[in-house]
Design a protein around this ligand. Structure first.
Ligand code: AMP
Ligand code: FES
Ligand code: ZN
Ligand code: ZN
Length: 303
């Protein structure tokens, strides 16, 4: 197998693009895809302060690595969710990455800052861990970015993640989520910081290859709560389709962005205002995060 650019020995074949690349041309290809996404969706410019949400996994560390290579002002934010051995191990990967590149990493411990961890919230609310986890992450990313004056929050969601979420939202016709499924969510005057996903054009396999070839050390284990999650089922289904018909995931996701997403927009336009407790934007009087933490942490303890 030869690199389509230089005819040298290829290290990766990308069937969805009918391509194969040597190491250097793969880096070039990968970084061009990220740069194209940033430009096409007008995600940010060199003057913007970017907060990269880093989990210690391959996608978010690769994203941070690429943004630093491009010369963007990109700091990291790691949220310690208090999940068994998984959280300390993933936090360590994020810290080691930052130290090696002399990049700035902020850490927020959910337990220390808000008085509960994801497993505690899950047990007390009797909900699957992913539910308080997702809610808490979104809340902390936005609140931290806003308080520290960042212009944009970037996450490492890749093509496989987004295509699987889209499939789930379509299967259940979640119109509100469909309306918000886009690589850029604009800032809102009521307090939402802009959110971007610069890796949406790249697959999980491509980000893993980039991480290995660039020597980015990441946590390989998945979160222990992810086993059996619906999203994994959707990813497997899409991988089957993709192996029969390369390019399916990209067609599904980008076809949706270009042809269908606009039709759901009106579903997302509910009025936002500041939460009565914390001031973060919400469509109800008290935001979902404050409602959850009031059930978990007695009000007298403060937050
Ligand atoms: P996940 O929700 O695990 O699929 O992760 C999606 C994206 O959210 C990752 O690529 C990161 O950008 C971000 N993320 C996930 N977990 C954390 C965390 N503990 N701290 C900071 N960012 C995170
Ligand atoms: Fe959130 Fe696993 S990372 S429940
Ligand atoms: Zn080459
Ligand atoms: Zn609130």
């Amino acid at each position: 197998m030869k690199c389509i650019q230089c005819r040298g020995k290829a290290v990766i074949e990308l069937r969805q693009h009918n391509s194969a690349f040597c190491r250097d041309h793969f880096f070039e290809y990968f970084e061009r895809q990220v740069q194209r996404t940033i430009e096409k969706f007008r995600m940010f410019g060199p003057q913007d302060r970017i907060l990269v949400a880093v989990s210690g996994g391959k996608d978010s560390l690769v994203l941070w690595d690429v943004l630093l290579r491009f010369g963007y002002q990109a700091d990291g934010l790691y949220v310690d969710l208090g999940i068994g051995d998984y959280s300390p191990a993933s936090g360590e990967k994020a810290r080691a990455f930052a130290e090696a590149r002399q990049a700035k990493l902020h850490c927020v411990g959910l337990g220390r800052a808000y008085g509960f961890t994801v497993p505690e919230a899950s047990a007390r609310l009797r909900r699957v861990p992913c539910s308080p986890c997702g809610l808490s992450k979104r809340y902390v990313f936005n609140r931290f970015a806003r308080e520290q004056g960042y212009d944009v929050v970037a996450t490492g969601h890749n093509l496989d993640d987004e295509a699987a979420v889209l499939l789930g939202n379509l299967l259940h016709w979640n119109e509100g989520y469909l309306a918000r499924q886009y690589p850029v969510l604009e800032a809102h005057e009521d307090g939402f910081v802009r959110k971007v996903k610069p890796l949406v054009r790249l697959t999980e396999r491509e980000t893993a290859a980039y991480a290995v070839l660039r020597g980015v050390d990441y946590i390989v284990e998945e979160c222990p709560f992810s086993r059996g999650a619906q999203s994994i089922l959707y990813k497997e289904a899409l991988n089957k389709l993709e192996s029969e018909s390369p390019g399916t995931k990209r067609q599904l996701l980008f076809g949706f962005y270009e042809r269908a997403r606009e039709r759901f927009r009106s579903a997302a336009d509910a009025a936002l205002h500041p939460c009565a407790r914390c001031g973060q934007p919400t469509t109800s009087e008290v935001c979902a995060f404050c409602r959850m933490s009031e059930r978990l942490v007695p009000v007298t303890q403060g937050r």
